[in-house]
Ligand binder design. Structure first.
Ligand SMILES: *Cc1c(COP(=O)(O)O)cnc(C)c1O
Length: 423
């Protein structure tokens, strides 16, 4: 048995998830599909939870990483709350019965309708990201005759050394309230009649693979908390966001939740705050794969292309962030003969040159009909997929021991025209 990822290994030369042969799934449901290991999702959640066990904390799973109802429900059953960034995500979280008092709502552009929806449902708090949003929230709460529970999202101006598109805690980014103005905004919030100031929030970016940016930011936030206390502003919740990265490349070292917690706990142990955590990728990223079939192998004078049946609309991370995903054959006999490795681009059928899954990659030689697994695709995979090129969205499968369940049906052509005028 050779382990490939959490919950995934080769047994008798065949890639399996828990006790399910992936080729068997492909035969039954066709390709492509996302496939997740239930055991590993639970293990990831529990590892995170355990790492913070010595302090009062709440893990609000960041739904945007993967908001499939079955996955959110599984995490809810483990005790997770939800971190949502839109009315749609709030709807999904409520739909599966996440307790409103375990839901936080972030985002720079909450609409009037979204704020109203959140207030009517009595969520734990809205993480407010600007003064105009604060004023609108106050106004809406007043009309609803409620007090809006809020935290202010503070931008600590720290470079998390991640891809610029997923870096959110620099002064030039659109997120949060500048730390230099934080005190002033807290004072303003305190004065607003329909606002209940409950907490402080930070989230500095995603796929962060070092601990320093977290430590530096949290250090600044803790300092700010002390200054606020001196001014008589006492809070109850410290929300330190998500962002912990996973290892996409073999051999790449990333901090474990335990190491992450150890560093952060040393900064916050003395505080009497309830700590909120918003991990997304660290829970679901490394426990899901995207399974695809080789359509054609095309050799040109410059390159070898492996053309597969998934494309940028199914997994946009390579095209969008130049992200690296390991790609391996479902049948291992191929992996074992390094002699047969060739340099290829793995590309999809979409009509864009930016449509690729891997570039200049050494891959075991494959032929039409072979199955491949794109690894570590559980987070920001399906949730970022689209219908571009009028391609139906792929199926999602959840494996539990020797069973698997289709947790999202593959879309059909009918789904592509829903809501449009047929005549
Ligand atoms: C995206 C996001 C997260 C989750 O980030 P991960 O990198 O997936 O852990 C948490 N909090 C907020 C506010 C977010 O926008």
């Amino acid at each position: 048995m050779i382990t490939v990822m959490k919950g995934f290994d080769y047994r008798d030369n065949e890639l399996c998830c828990e006790k399910v042969r992936i080729e068997d799934v492909a035969k039954k449901v066709g390709t492509p599909f996302y496939l997740y290991s239930q055991r590993s999702i639970i293990d990831n959640y529990r590892a995170f939870d355990k790492a913070f066990k010595e302090i009062d904390h709440l893990i609000c799973y960041s739904c945007k990483a993967n908001s499939n109802l079955s996955i959110c429900r599984l995490l809810k059953e483990q005790g997770a709350g939800a971190d949502v960034v839109s009315g749609g995500e709030l709807y999904k979280a409520l739909k599966i019965g996440v307790e409103p008092k375990r839901i936080v709502f972030s985002g720079v552009g909450k609409t009037r309708e979204e704020i109203e929806y959140a207030l009517k449902n009595n969520i734990l708090m809205l993480n407010v990201e600007s003064i105009p949003e604060l004023e609108l929230t106050d106004e809406i709460a007043g009309r609803l005759k409620k007090k809006a529970p809020i935290a202010l999202r503070i931008n600590p101006d720290i470079d998390p050394n991640t891809h610029p598109h997923i870096s959110t805690g620099l002064a030039k980014s659109k997120f949060g309230i500048e730390i230099s103005r934080a005190k002033e905004v807290y004072k303003k919030a305190k004065e607003l009649e329909n606002i209940e100031v409950l907490g402080i929030h930070m989230h500095i970016g995603s796929q962060i693979t070092e601990l320093e940016p977290f430590v530096d930011s949290l250090g600044k936030i803790v300092e700010l908390i002390k200054e606020l206390e001196k001014e008589g502003i006492e809070l109850r919740y410290l929300d330190i966001g998500g962002g912990l990265g996973i290892s996409y490349k073999k051999g790449e070292k990333t901090p474990t939740p335990k190491e992450f917690a150890k560093k952060l706990l040393s900064l916050i142990k003395g505080l009497k705050y309830r700590i909120i955590l918003e991990p997304g990728r660290a829970i679901i990223g490394d426990v899901g794969i995207l399974v695809t079939k080789v359509l054609y192998v095309k050799k040109t004078s410059k390159k070898n292309f492996v053309i597969v049946d998934v494309a940028m609309n199914d997994l946009i991370r390579p095209s969008l962030y130049d992200a690296y995903h390991e790609i391996i054959p479902i049948g291992k006999s191929k992996v074992q003969s390094p002699k047969s490795k060739v340099m290829v681009d793995v590309v999809g059928p979409v009509c864009e040159s930016g449509d690729y899954l891997a570039k200049d990659r050494e891959l075991a030689e494959v032929k039409s009909g072979d199955l491949l697994a794109i690894l570590d695709a559980g987070a920001y995979g399906f949730s970022m997929s689209s219908n571009y090129n009028a391609r139906p969205k792929v199926a999602e499968i959840l494996v539990e021991k020797d069973k698997y369940c289709i947790i999202r049906k593959r879309e059909g052509y009918k789904d592509l025209i829903r809501g449009e005028q047929e005549e």
